[in-house]
Design a protein around this ligand. Structure first.
Ligand code: HAM
Length: 423
């Protein structure tokens, strides 16, 4: 019996992997422009990190983590997201002491959540994310948001909707929390089991419930806007002002709460508004998490970031019909006629590659016609044909596949000639 791939995961095959590389390269380029530096953290962490970091009352921690005990009896978890790990590393490596502040980091790698797989939702997916730690200037909130928008824009996405909200500071959240409890408590019996346990622990989570979404109390629930204290409201006003200054359009949605516990102040999501995009329209999510560094054992440090999955980004590109140029042809295909010539191309191919020229030869003993077909399939710009006779005469024929033009080149000058052609 053959063994299949696990549910909710996928293989990225040649043809598709070039699209991934293109996106990854674009994201890295933009990080360079914005001065975010790469951090790579382990795929698994102590389970406690996510319980404390992401939050005990979240769906992620309660239902979706891949948690296991290792042979030493420690509870470990495959990372469901990148923020908690980044903050753990920030604290552990005392990045708060780095001379260059704020510390701006990015990451790209697989995350794991035990969710019901569907279009745009996987159990293993690749997140690209950024985290800016050490500044509570609303300009950095705007920078982080603009960066996410810039990556999407650069890749050619147009049907995007940026939704923002402020969750306020501790004081504002406390006032809102009390209002929510007062609102839901009298009829909490009509809500799902999860919501009932959320009421005391984290009533804001109720607003994010998928099961009770249609309950009438959801529509009348007090939103955070009315509970923002002056400082929080001013902060939010500045973020909006900076976004406007950058010509970034946004919609304020007071019901945007996000699925993770660490957020305060700015929260945002970017959705695809492309027709034909699946049921899950959120492409990217992020926000501010002042307090998380302390929660993980570090000094008081503000932070903000976002993450998006490459899977959803690709789905959005498909929905908008944006093609990524993913197949670059090779520079040269070495076609050989005859045994001696064939043997000679082994060394020649090696020299070409050492000179930085992408090249290929036949490995299946094919006739010259079939070798030309193979060259076509590889979109070779040139085919160099070497026969036993030519080898004897120390020449090689170079054929341009673009215009069919042919030149005979002394074999000793071949690499140099090719270098010149390539420029
Ligand atoms: P999140 O909203 O849980 O936030 O996830 C961010 C993004 O990851 C989503 O918008 C989506 O693109 C992608 N994503 C999440 N789950 C899946 C899945 N099962 N399949 C495919 N894609 C998925 C966070 O993870 C926060 N750490 C973001 C952040 C960074 N906040 C501050 N800094």
């Amino acid at each position: 019996m053959s063994i299949n791939i696990p549910r909710g995961t996928k293989d990225i095959l040649p043809g598709e992997s070039e699209r991934w590389q293109y996106i990854e390269n674009k994201a890295r380029d933009i990080c360079r422009n914005y001065q975010y530096k790469e951090i790579r953290t382990p795929i698994f962490e102590h389970t406690e990190l996510f319980q404390r970091g992401v939050g005990d009352t979240t769906d992620i921690v309660q239902k979706e983590m891949y948690t296991f005990e290792d042979r030493g009896g420690r509870s470990l978890t495959l990372r469901p997201e990148g923020t908690a790990s980044t903050v753990r590393s920030y604290v552990e490596n005392k990045m708060f002491g780095y001379p260059s502040q704020p510390v701006k980091l990015y990451y790209m790698g697989p995350m794991f959540r035990y969710e019901r797989p569907q279009a745009g939702r996987f159990r293993q997916f690749v997140q690209f994310g950024v985290e800016a730690l050490g500044s509570k200037d609303p300009a950095i909130d705007a920078e982080v948001i603009s960066m996410a928008m810039e990556i999407y824009r650069e890749l050619g996405l147009k049907s995007l909707k940026l939704v923002i909200n402020s969750l306020g500071d501790k004081e504002s959240r406390k006032a809102h929390r009390e209002a929510l409890i007062a609102h839901f408590q009298p009829r909490i019996g009509e809500f799902c089991h999860d919501c009932q346990s959320r009421l005391e622990k984290n009533p804001m989570r109720i607003l994010d419930c998928k099961k009770d979404r249609e309950h009438e109390l959801m529509k009348t629930a007090p939103d955070i806007t009315g509970y923002l204290n002056e400082e929080s409201a001013d902060y939010f006003a500045k973020v909006k002002q900076y976004l406007t200054a950058m010509d970034i359009e946004f919609i304020v949605d007071p019901n945007l709460v996000r699925g993770l516990d660490y957020y305060n102040h700015t929260a945002f999501e970017i959705m695809s508004s492309a027709e034909g995009f699946g049921a899950i329209t959120t492409l990217c999510g992020g926000g501010r998490y002042n307090g998380l560094v302390e929660e993980i054992g570090g000094p008081e440090t503000p932070g903000i970031g976002f993450a998006f999955s490459i899977e959803r980004l690709l789905a959005a590109l498909d929905a908008e019909g944006v093609a990524i140029q993913n197949e670059e042809g090779i520079d040269c295909y070495l076609a050989a006629l005859g045994e001696k010539a064939g043997e000679y191309t082994v060394g020649l191919l090696h020299e070409l590659r050492q000179a930085g020229i992408s090249a290929e030869r036949d490995y299946l003993g094919r006739k010259v016609k079939a070798q030309f077909k193979a060259a076509d399939r590889l979109k070779a710009k040139y085919v160099a044909v070497l026969g036993d006779d030519e080898l004897e005469a120390n020449t090689i024929t170079l054929k341009s596949m673009a215009d069919g033009g042919q030149t005979e080149v002394p074999l000793d000058d071949f690499i140099e000639t090719f270098r010149k052609i390539k420029g």
